[in-house]
Write a protein that binds this ligand. Structure first.
Ligand SMILES: Cc1cc2nc3c(=O)[nH]c(=O)nc-3n(C[C@H](O)[C@H](O)[C@H](O)COP(=O)(O)OP(=O)(O)OC[C@H]3O[C@@H](n4cnc5c(N)ncnc54)[C@H](O)[C@@H]3O)c2cc1C
Length: 268
């Protein structure tokens, strides 16, 4: 029986643990663990979180994304208590067309949106079914499932992978998010932080609406009567406090407001 240590209890570390053979002896070691109070030290609790095909994916990456999509799709049906739901998605990409979209016709109910469904300044959009989940709920659900199947969690902060040698594992998996940049025996400078800032509002909006182009904006209607508005992407930024100017930009963005028009929003 292989003994495995996974460093990191975010979605990456826990998803890996969930896919390992059931007879493996798995321990997840992490500084931040699902259920902890809010912290910007890790990314997973802050995600939207939805499935969206990534631009510029090669064939292998496309297959990985579609394989993952169908796992989420089935989870929405088999385990709704995990917070995963199937949802209608409107995916607008400026200066694009159907031929450039690798996931065209590969997702449920895929169709090109008509001109009158799009904002006046948009030229191309697609509608299909995607999935959405509420990360704080999903991460705790997955942690409980893993513990029930024998996976152990251990809280610990390390400065290097070498510090874990005493765990006696056959396999060590590094799933530390941006950690590889800072672990002293990895120091991978290809790993880069991307700062996000979102606004959570109460709303009956029940779709996903994303527009990619000159700006990147989204409204993600969650199954608990809230909507996440975004999306700020600041490459290389490690600032953790809220930028009030950005918050106001996100909450009043004309394209986001156009998408969820006439709905009462109460910032929470
Ligand atoms: C606003 C926002 C919206 C997003 N929306 C989406 C979305 O809709 N869909 C999507 O797919 N993605 C989305 N993302 C991206 C997604 O959140 C991240 O890609 C994902 O959460 C990364 O998960 P991870 O497990 O790799 O890292 P993390 O969640 O950062 O977890 C890292 C783990 O490693 C541990 N760790 C790190 N260093 C150490 C150390 N030295 N010692 C011990 N433990 C350590 C941490 O404590 C933690 O447990 C979004 C991100 C943001 C910020």
């Amino acid at each position: 029986m292989a003994k495995v240590t996974i460093l990191g209890a975010g979605i990456t570390g826990m998803a890996i643990a969930s896919q390992l053979p059931k007879n493996y002896d798995v321990t997840i070691v992490a500084r931040n663990i699902p259920g902890d109070p809010e912290s910007t030290e890790w990314a997973s609790p802050w995600a939207g979180a939805v499935f969206m095909g990534m631009d510029n994916s090669n064939e292998r990456e496309q297959k990985m994304q579609l394989d993952a999509f169908w796992v989420w799709w089935k989870l929405a049906l088999s385990h709704p208590e995990s917070s995963v739901r199937q949802v209608e998605m409107q995916d607008l990409i400026d200066s694009s067309n159907l031929e450039k979209v690798w996931y065209r016709n590969k997702l449920p109910d895929f169709r090109v949106m008509s001109k009158d469904e799009l904002p006046a300044d948009a030229s191309f959009g697609m509608s299909y079914k995607s999935i959405i989940l509420i990360p704080p709920v999903f991460l705790c659900w997955l942690k409980n499932r893993l513990e029930a199947s024998g996976v152990k969690f251990q809280r610990r902060t390390v400065n290097s992978l070498a510090e874990l040698q005493g765990m006696g594992h056959d396999i060590l998996i590094n799933a530390t998010g941006i950690g590889p940049r800072y672990l002293t025996d990895v120091v991978d400078d290809k790993v880069q932080e991307v700062r996000g800032q979102t606004v959570l509002v109460k709303s009956k909006f029940n779709k996903i609406w994303i527009r990619r182009g000159k700006d990147y904006t989204y409204a993600l209607g969650r199954p608990d009567g809230t909507t996440i508005l975004g999306g700020i992407k600041q490459f290389g930024s490690t600032v953790t406090n809220v930028d009030d100017e950005l918050r106001s930009d996100v909450s009043t963005s004309p394209s986001v407001m156009g998408a969820i028009t006439r709905l009462m929003l109460i910032e929470i």
